[in-house]
Design a protein. Sequence first.
Length: 229
Amino acid sequence: MRILPVSLLGTPTADELEMSNCSNRAYVPDRLFTQWLRTSQVSLRIQNAVEQTVMATMYHAHSNAADVVYVPDWMLAALDCDVDTCVVEPVELPLCTSITLQPHNEGDVEDMEIFQLSLELYSSVRAGQELTLRHPYGYPFVVNVCAVEPEEAWVSIAQADVPLTMLPPIVQTKEPVGNTVAATTENTLATAATKPGAATAATVATVATTDATTLRQRCLEAALRRMQG
């Protein structure tokens, strides 16, 4: 199967595209959608030739090419744009019984309800994953998945009321003291380390990453070249 970005599907609106990139929703060919729906499995494992893997949810059918699955941009990046010959198959995942999240920035999330609503666009997660979530007000924010139970590679959070733990944000801004306006950045790695798997996620969050816009553009250009060829 070929994997292409949802932006090349042709039908989603601008708002749907923004929402797509804050989800793991995939659009699959009509025939496969009907076939896989009979298995009652909504999670799709997508693996490229070098065994890089992402987990999508079977969201909607499309009537374009029968060998193409459309996914959010972040999935193309996770597969390093090596998406010409991927194996796509429905899988059954263990049900998540608890999840620990850590927002990147203070003020992104006011309460647990925001987390719960934003997670509804994802059907599966794994410990160590960085998720871009969509705030109910419409803007994206980033969280780390610090730990999940059971400790499997991937767990299902679809149609489940999963107990949620929220760690302090990685970046915290101190309130101004007196007449001095001093905004300082603190790393909460020490706090995060008290939670299973959290130290790894917090450390990863401090490492410089490839510019997301450049990577997205590279993936889109590669996909267009494949379609034109």
